[in-house]
Design a protein around this ligand. Structure first.
Ligand SMILES: Cc1ncc(COP(=O)(O)O)c(C=O)c1O
Length: 456
């Protein structure tokens, strides 16, 4: 029997390592295991949200407390947190200004469906941080993307969204397509999906302007929806000139350009678009934008706002299909204002950037030490190691680079050594609260895990 090679390692070696690490994890968590045995039956899938099952551990870690860049589990293990809620806590768990704002707002009302002076201040700050756009508030980035798409379809009168193969923009049904032999098809595994998604979406390859132009040529694309950097498969950076080309193609073909900065808000104050001078028609971000309070924002340029006003005045009265009751509530605004003004500061971003550079350099060295054919990518505070050679050019290459069994083994090994990284990809975030000692511990742990995996 041949032993399959994954990321330069034998599958059998990976499986042995995984089994030993999983056993060590389980043995160190008797309280968590007992609590889950007693309580998880109340939930579909055994957890309150099915993604909580998608971690590589044999059973989920029960969190007792999260603070700064640390989580403590029910069994008393204090863990350095580089997952940070997959970006929801990118500025650290409960940043002090946000915690204070929550306490202050707690006695003044939680939801009213009316604006306030604080809401107006949030609008001013959104323009200051992200640029002069006309804003709306949602509760999740998924919703913000959905609403942005509705607006784009409304004002262009076109049905389709163009997305990139391998993208993720939240659970927006219309974006759940992929390329197969050059054709757009629905992704496999979508639960309860009954619509023909190819009627509302077309896929192209990232960094391939010719494939974008071909998809736009039919004249039925309302908007291109893209992250500036693909962060949801193995990370793919934009090639020089790609974003300028995308902007030009969108304009020439009458499609709007929606830039989703839900993850690339790691790039610096104002996100990747501000840092790199991109000019989207619609800007979307969420997750950490209000310091961890569920909040997303989307903004449109003045010309797009004018087109929408004309459309809105002409449509029949009735449901718009946009909005959710609890969105734009006073607690969101309290958190948004302090996050934009006191947390998302240039100083904090500089600290995050320096820490992430330290981490990327340390991981790169550890990979070189064992001679693994891997690489490291970074977008501001966001760092990823990829168990394949790089750089990757597009979603097809990113999918091929993904090594689930090997990645799960490394994640488990790191957690057993006190470091938590994101479950769906090899992503690590540096928050303003993350210390150099924590970063060095992660680099050392990564080196130790690689040493065990690659030792002959
Ligand atoms: C780029 C991007 N956009 C949107 C979303 C959706 O965010 P949420 O799950 O908070 O709705 C995600 C989630 O990972 C994302 O990565």
């Amino acid at each position: 029997m041949t032993d399959e090679r994954i990321g330069g390692l034998s599958a059998a070696r990976i499986a042995d390592f995984s089994a030993a690490e999983a056993a060590a994890y389980a043995a160190a968590r008797p309280r968590s295991r007992a609590a889950l045995a007693a309580g998880s039956g109340a939930f579909l899938d055994g957890v309150p949200m099915h993604w909580m099952r998608d971690w590589p551990q044999p059973f989920p870690m029960l969190v007792a407390r999260a603070e700064g860049a640390v989580v403590e589990d029910l069994d008393g293990h204090v863990i350095d947190d580089f997952c940070l809620g997959d970006t929801g806590s990118m500025f650290g768990h409960s940043p002090a200004p946000v915690a204070r704002a929550i306490r202050a707002q707690a006695d003044r009302g939680l939801t009213t469906m009316l604006p306030s002076e604080t809401a107006l201040e949030a609008g001013r700050l959104l323009c200051e941080v992200f640029g002069p756009m006309r804003w709306q508030i949602a509760t999740t980035a998924t919703d913000a993307n959905r609403f942005a798409l509705r607006l784009a379809r409304a004002i262009t009168g076109r049905p389709k969204v163009l997305v990139f193969n391998g993208c993720y923009h939240g659970t927006v049904d219309d974006t759940m397509v992929r390329l197969e032999a050059g054709r757009t098809v629905a992704r496999p595994g979508l639960v309860g999906q009954v619509e023909d998604l190819t009627q509302v979406a077309v896929a192209a390859e990232f960094n391939d302007l010719a494939s974008v132009e071909a998809a736009l040529a039919a004249g039925d694309v309302a908007a291109i929806l893209t992250e500036p950097v693909m962060t949801n498969s193995c990370m793919v950076l934009p090639a020089p000139g790609f974003h300028a080309g995308l902007r030009d193609l969108a304009t020439r073909h009458g499609a709007l350009l929606i830039i989703d900065e839900t993850h690339t808000i790691s790039s610096g104050r104002g996100g990747y678009a501000r840092v790199h001078g991109l000019t989207p028609d619609i800007f979307v971000t969420g997750k950490c934008v209000a310091g961890g309070m569920p909040t997303a924002v989307w903004g449109v340029t003045e010309p797009v706002a004018r087109r929408f006003a004309a459309y809105d005045a002409s449509r029949p009265a009735g449901h718009s299909g946009m909005g959710t009751t609890l969105s734009a509530n006073p607690m969101q605004f309290a958190c948004l204002v302090v996050t934009l003004s006191e947390v998302m500061t240039a100083e904090n971003y500089a600290r995050m950037e320096a820490g992430a550079a330290r981490l990327a350099a340390g991981l790169t060295k550890a990979i070189a030490r064992v001679g693994a054919p891997w690489h490291v990518v970074r977008v501001g505070a966001r760092v990823e190691f990829i168990c394949a050679p790089g750089p990757l050019l597009n979603g097809t290459q990113a999918e091929a680079a993904h090594a689930p069994a090997l990645e799960a083994a490394i994640h488990q090994g790191l957690l057993n050594r006190g470091c938590l990284i994101a479950p769906f990809h090899n992503m690590m975030l540096i928050s303003p609260a993350t210390t150099e000692a924590q970063i060095d511990r992660l680099v050392d742990s990564f080196g130790a895990v690689l040493g065990l995996l690659f030792e002959t």
